[in-house]
Design a protein around this ligand. Sequence first.
Ligand SMILES: [Zn+2]
Length: 115
Amino acid sequence: MGCHSIGLGMNSVVKEAIEMFENEEIGLNACKKIIMACKNGVYWCDGYESDVIAGMDDYCGNCLRKFSAEELIEVDRNKYFVVRNYICKSCYDHLVCDYVLNSRLLERKIMEKMA
Ligand SMILES: [Zn+2]
């Protein structure tokens, strides 16, 4: 028997985690890990990841601060450790620059090895 509402149950955990993060009871990485675990948790049953992060439309998926939805930029969440694929401008600058820089460095290392 499937159960779609597992996502909503997980969402209640996510909301608590965000509240703990905002009250500085837990750190950013701990909070993100809990949210990731909750998103994976829906596959124990037949839930939706989108339910898990319901109510987070104004949050940056990286630093978990609140913004207005228009301020957030869409990214590929498979590339970065983000809980949703919208992040704020300053996280975007850091993450995307680091990502490009790291892949260039890697490219150069490979080229050096081949030379
Ligand atoms: Zn951010």
